[in-house]
Design a protein around this ligand. Structure first.
Ligand SMILES: [Zn+2]
Length: 77
C-alpha cells in the first residue's frame, strides 16, 4: 500500500490499519471476553488472569478471542 492517506492507528493485536485502537474483529472479541468475564466471575469466582488462561486453553474459543485473551494477559502484567 502506498501512502495515499496516512493511517494513524493500527490494531494493537494484528497491526491491521484501523481508525481505533483495535480492528473491528479484535474490538468485538475484547468486548465479548470482558462481558463474559462478569458471568464467570459470579459463577466460578475466577480471577481475570485465570479466566484469560482458560480461554487460551479452550479448544472451542475462536482465534480472534484467543488473540484478544493473549493480548489482555500481556496487558495485565
Ligand atoms: Zn486486529
Amino acid at each position: 500500500m502506498k501512502g495515499v492517506h496516512q493511517i494513524k492507528n493500527r490494531c494493537r493485536i494484528c497491526s491491521v490499519p484501523s481508525e481505533r485502537e483495535f480492528c473491528d474483529f479484535h474490538a468485538e472479541a475484547i468486548k465479548r471476553v470482558k462481558e463474559h468475564f462478569e458471568v464467570w466471575k459470579q459463577r466460578k469466582g475466577i480471577c481475570w488472569r485465570d479466566y484469560l488462561r482458560e480461554i487460551m486453553k479452550n479448544e472451542k474459543a475462536g482465534v480472534w478471542v484467543k488473540e484478544a485473551a493473549e493480548y489482555l494477559i500481556r496487558e495485565s502484567q
